[in-house]
Design a protein around this ligand. Structure first.
Ligand code: GCB
Length: 669
């Protein structure tokens, strides 16, 4: 959510009982699969209508696309940011920023706890970036002599003192105005700031953004000095019950300016956004829109794809939006084994932006998952946006290549980016490497379902994520959350998020990581039953049989009751192992235990008739404040198949063998 304050210039738009319950109760591991677990009452749900066959489904999709495009043009611009910022003329404001750690928010609030920036003429506040006017002048902070932190980057990993710090850190960066012909416009673009950011330029507040993983921007045209601009950002990552995520997460939620900061420079009228994919229902055509900002009415817009000989033109409507629908003769479809991207060039009103886009279809038909019309099995792995070798937020393209390279080595064609939007480099690199992606927002565990501000926040996050990545061929699934407790309020909340994702992008599938419970009358029967499963395109759930529930040998006895005629993805399973710790397979935290768990889990999952993929938990060990066990965990969740030292554990090879066999079985003969 971006809230602009008295913008320097009106911005475009306007700136601005499940198994899981069992294991989490009081932190005590309930090991017995046989233990009875009460399940919260669920409302009666209607069975979904029978799935129409492909033809009507395609027509429906096409209608939905048209309706979504029409509806989207009527929506208020909640948080528009410039699409594809990396293709723009930009000054990268990355590198060393001066910082002040401010646990009491002393630079933000006066001694009556009133925000300085609410005063008409602020009498204090670090955002003024003041210097003493004379030796007798009292100023109790000085950015120029304060420690530096690197941006993009989290603060926790950059200083031993900040390892567990949650609160406010002030960032300041100075810069000169880059040369730019008169009439052009400038925007300060932030890839993300976790969790809340107040942004000030030369002592004036530009606005505020809430939500730690989506981009935001402020227009600063006319507000830049030639020399010595002072850009100050207050970043606060205090956990809050009504937040998204809320106070409880099984990952370290790194604070800071964790993504790139760019000063973008664009023409007066420019291409603000675009969305181009294969036309639902007709894979021989592309369809979508281009959104212009500040252009004269009826501006012509051109899309060119030189390699395919495409040059299509459309005229923007009164709102600056041009709709496209054109043939893609001879396009080779994007797929993991053929990650073909085409150079797409968009030009209008004197602006031009270039992009690489892949074209493919994804659909669910009955329990089948179809990629480009052919059944596909998702050989996946889950991932946090963390470089385990540094114990730090992953921030760069290099980090993306490291992590996704490991996933490729594991034999994956699919990666679940858990539990929040990862940086844009991940999706762009996945496009190139040929990895299908599941992308998610941090609606994790127990969100405040009844709080409208929480819903607005989550809605903003799904909006920001979909708008940023809907041109990525790699992304096939939008996930609206993880392990949320079944209740009417939660389902109403999720229904709205699903509708939002579909409205913004009718070309992809929607899911959420759900839970599994035990049938009270049959201890060995695992039941998946959730009204959310009725709403989703894919039924995904996390299961920890053999780790939180029972022991790996129990897997042999489990039968499944998944009543939905939809593709099933096991979004998580796994167990902890400390890399290099060897013992018997029944010794917790040993590599042998984890490998045995994988060996026994895989055949158990294959007994689910609708199984179409999995993303076991997880590729790498990751930092978690919920994992104190000394000598073993030391603040890390050890469910990675790769340790924090970068070394593969035995289970890595078990899964790789399974995936290699799957891939071989799928190869067209
Ligand atoms: C889960 C969560 C994931 C945890 C994992 C675990 O179900 O979705 O965030 O890290 O279990 O290790 O317990």
């Amino acid at each position: 959510m971006t809230i602009p304050i008295g913008t320097l210039r009106a911005r475009f738009g306007i700136v601005h009982g499940s198994f899981a319950n069992q294991r989490r109760s009081s932190g005590v591991r309930a090991r017995q699969f046989e233990t009875s677990v009460p399940h919260p009452a669920r409302p009666k749900t209607r069975r979904p209508p029978a799935r129409p066959d492909t033809k009507p489904a395609k027509t429906l999709l096409a209608t939905l696309l048209v309706a979504a495009l029409a509806a989207a043009s009527e929506l208020p611009c909640a948080e528009p940011v410039i699409a594809n910022p990396y293709a723009r003329t930009a000054l990268a404001l990355d590198g060393a920023w001066r910082t002040i750690v401010d646990p009491y928010d002393n630079g933000y609030l006066d001694y009556r706890l009133q925000p300085y920036d609410a005063q008409e003429k602020p009498t204090g506040g670090y955002f003024l970036d003041r210097k003493p006017a004379s030796p007798s002048d009292l100023v109790e902070y000085d950015f120029d002599t304060s420690p530096e932190l690197t941006v993009p980057g989290d603060w926790n990993s950059q200083s031993e003192k900040l390892l567990y710090y949650e609160g406010t850190v002030w960032y300041r960066r100075t810069f000169d105005r880059p040369e730019s012909p008169a009439g052009r416009r400038q925007f300060l673009y932030f890839g993300a700031a976790n969790y809340e950011a107040e942004v000030y330029l030369n002592g004036r507040k530009l606005g505020r953004h809430v939500g730690g993983f989506t981009p935001f921007q402020f227009e600063v045209t006319g507000g830049l000095r030639d020399r010595g601009n002072s850009l100050v950002v207050r970043v606060n990552d205090q956990r809050r019950p009504e937040g998204v995520p809320t106070v409880n997460t099984d990952w370290w939620n790194y604070g800071g300016l964790t993504r790139d900061v760019l000063l973008l420079d664009v023409p007066a009228a420019f291409i603000g956004d675009y969305f181009l994919q294969l036309k639902p229902g007709d894979a021989s055509r592309a369809a979508g829109f281009v959104q212009l900002e500040g252009a004269a009415p009826a501006a012509p817009v051109r899309i060119e794809i030189a390699e395919l000989g495409v040059s299509a033109e459309a005229v923007a409507d009164a709102g600056g939006r041009a709709a496209f629908d054109f043939a893609l003769p001879g396009a080779s479809l994007w797929a993991p084994e053929n990650p073909r991207l085409y150079g797409v060039s968009i030009s209008a009103a004197g602006d031009r932006v270039a992009e690489k886009i892949g074209f493919r279809t994804i659909a669910a038909r009955g329990s089948d998952l179809l990629l480009n019309g052919r059944p596909v099995f998702l050989r996946g792995i889950s991932l946090h946006e963390e470089n385990p070798l540094r114990g730090a937020r992953a921030t760069s393209e290099d980090d993306a290549r490291l992590l996704l390279g490991w996933a490729k080595e594991l034999g994956c064609n699919f990666v679940r980016l858990a539990h929040y939007p990862h940086n844009e480099h991940l999706a762009r690199t996945a496009d190139e490497l040929g990895l299908l992606l599941w992308e998610e927002i941090p609606v994790y565990w127990t969100i405040h379902w009844g709080d409208p501000s929480t819903l607005a926040n989550a809605r903003d996050q799904i909006t920001g994520l979909v708008e940023r990545d809907r041109n990525r061929a790699s992304v096939v699934i939008w996930s609206v959350g993880n392990e949320t407790p079944v209740s009417p309020e939660r389902t109403a909340f999720m229904t709205k998020l699903i509708a939002r994702a579909r409205q913004l992008d009718p070309t992809r599938l929607v899911s959420a990581a759900m839970e599994v419970r035990r049938d009270p009358s049959d201890p060995n029967r695992a039941v998946v039953e959730d009204p959310l499963a009725e709403l989703a395109d894919i039924v995904s759930f996390n299961e920890y049989i053999g780790w939180y529930v029972g022991l790996p040998d129990d897997c042999a006895r489990v039968s499944w009751a998944v009543k939905y005629d939809k593709p099933v993805i096991i979004s998580e399973f796994g167990g902890d192992a400390l890399q290099g710790f060897h013992a018997t397979p029944l010794t917790r935290f040993s590599e042998e235990f984890q490998a045995d768990l994988y060996r026994k889990t895989l055949p158990m999952l294959e007994r689910i008739p609708q199984l179409r993929g999995m993303s076991p938990w997880i590729l790498c060990d990751f930092r978690s404040p919920r994992r104190p066990l000394a000598g073993i965990q030391d603040g890390w969740n050890r469910k990675g198949l790769i340790g924090a030292n970068g070394k593969r554990k035995e289970a890595f090879f078990v899964l790789r063998q399974f995936y290699d066999a799957k891939a071989a079985a799928e190869k067209p003969r």
